[in-house]
Write a protein that binds this ligand. Sequence first.
Ligand code: VGL
Ligand code: ZN
Length: 246
Amino acid sequence: MVICLVKNYVVKDSDALLITDIQKDFLPGGALPVDGGDGIIPVLNDYIRRFEDSKGHVLASRDWHPSNHVSFKAQGGPWPPHCIQETSGAKFSPDLKLPKHTVVISKATNPEREAYSAFDGTSLAHELRTLGVKRLFIGGLATDYCVVNTVVDARKLGFETVVLMDATLGINVEPGDVDRAIETMLKNGAQQATVEDFLDAVDALPIEETQPDALEEKPSQRAEVKKKARMRPKGSAKRIRTERKG
Ligand code: VGL
Ligand code: ZN
């Protein structure tokens, strides 16, 4: 039996995209690089465009340590120094196309405490509630640290939470860490999705509204939606809707 698992997410203004820790130190050439971490940046840029087009919110977290942070080896922690406040390594990757109005969340700023979750000791929950966000889509680095802890907290706080599986990568200090992180997220009620599970705005319209007659009723608005759809790389939403996974 083939089970249809295509999800058809349509981004709306009560949705937020949270991009975790796409900072130079976590990318190849950085102080604590995630292998191939730069490979998810184009995918994240695609998600950013979708959220921008559909009035979803975009937030970005950053690891933002003081130079004497407890997680650094010199203080007895597990990590080399990384993402030190105001240094070049702590900067977001210049390849990540963050919108101007992105809400930036700085985490693990207390020298005495590790905080992998973007909710831990930050204003993230407050920001999301102020924006009216009900559903949180999360992608970024690293699956087995920031992402899993952020997702578990999001679930505890009552947000519907979707992990963007094609836009997150982990460190795997121990083999299987990433797999265990994914299992933990699912066990906590998170959903998982890839870009193929998203419908473009134009495909989400009721069928009759996409007919030529209906187009004439609201020409400017409709033209705008159509124009955006045309600007996309050859979309897959139509095909995906009939595709089966699993
Ligand atoms: C992280 C390792 C060290 C993370 C932070 O946020 O994923 N990982 N510091
Ligand atoms: Zn850190």
